[in-house]
Ligand binder design. Sequence first.
Ligand code: N2P
Length: 358
Amino acid sequence: MKNLIRAFVAISVVSLILIIAINRLNASEGFSGGNTLTVYNWGDYIDEELIDRFEEETGITIIYETFDSNEAMMTKVQQGGTTYDVAVPSEYMVEKMKEEDLLVELDYSKLPNVKYLDERFMDLAFDPGNNYSVPYFWGTVGIIYNPTLLPEGKEITGFNDLWDPELENKILLIDGAREILGMGLNSLGYSLNDTDEDHLQEALTKLKELTPNVKAIVGDENKMLMENNEAAIAVGWSGDARDIMWENENIDYVVPEEGSNLWFDNFVIPKTAQNVDAAHQFINFMLDPEVAAQNTEYVSYSTPNKEALKYMPEDMVNDERFYPEPELTERLEVYENLGKQHLAYYNELFLQFKMYRK
Ligand code: N2P
């Protein structure tokens, strides 16, 4: 009996040592890639059923993390603590990540589904030749509003309509420095890429004047608040408007007449990647037209996948608020990478605006 116990203890100890050794090996550089893929995406930005499907089809396990701003994403990738295999920055952040040598060059022999993307969204200034990025979703910044909660006769066509004293405590703002400083600049007739400090100060002063009308500065919660009629207006991204409309039929969306932002979010593979092969596999999977259509219906943002449009409900594809004609998008501005110092200044002013509200 004693021998049996000894043998049992010995086997347990050896097994434990083996398990620890294997885990260590897996965690060490170069090995964790094997069967896991770490994806870093915006919140509410994928149909999670597709994650399960990818895992089932490939045997690869996805570790999925989310962020709510380009700046937060960039900080985590730079820190390198987590080894992200796929991330989804917007265009100006792709440019910044490229500049800081944080991205792997894409291997197009592993991305055959790229052929389904609309050329209109390829080869853009922030990544000529798409050497480092593939478009995922695109959209605009605009005003999501509920006409039934507005003062009688109030029309919303542009940013400047929001400063009306009758809109006290009715407005939600998306928690993004570029978006909100951009609104301030656009409302004054300046470019949302302006780096003139006087103009930016003017924009801050103007934003401070909006404070009495601002109910909250929020992330993805804007959707719930608008769905439940808890706010009349939200300055935010087009796809959120589409999503809210599913739940609240009173909602409308307008791209401000003063101009606004046209943005593109993109798949990239950070240099921290441990599984570059699986990263390509995942990106290619998401570009499959039927997968992209399912994902787009779920997420509600606008897809750059031309072939996917054929699998989507017509009323979604024909809605010009979310698939605007090139004439509209041409008068919008894409965020430029303003460089470290100017970006820091935007962030600093946005913080000042947020502090002022408190
Ligand atoms: C967040 C989606 C954000 C898109 N749910 C804006 N880049």
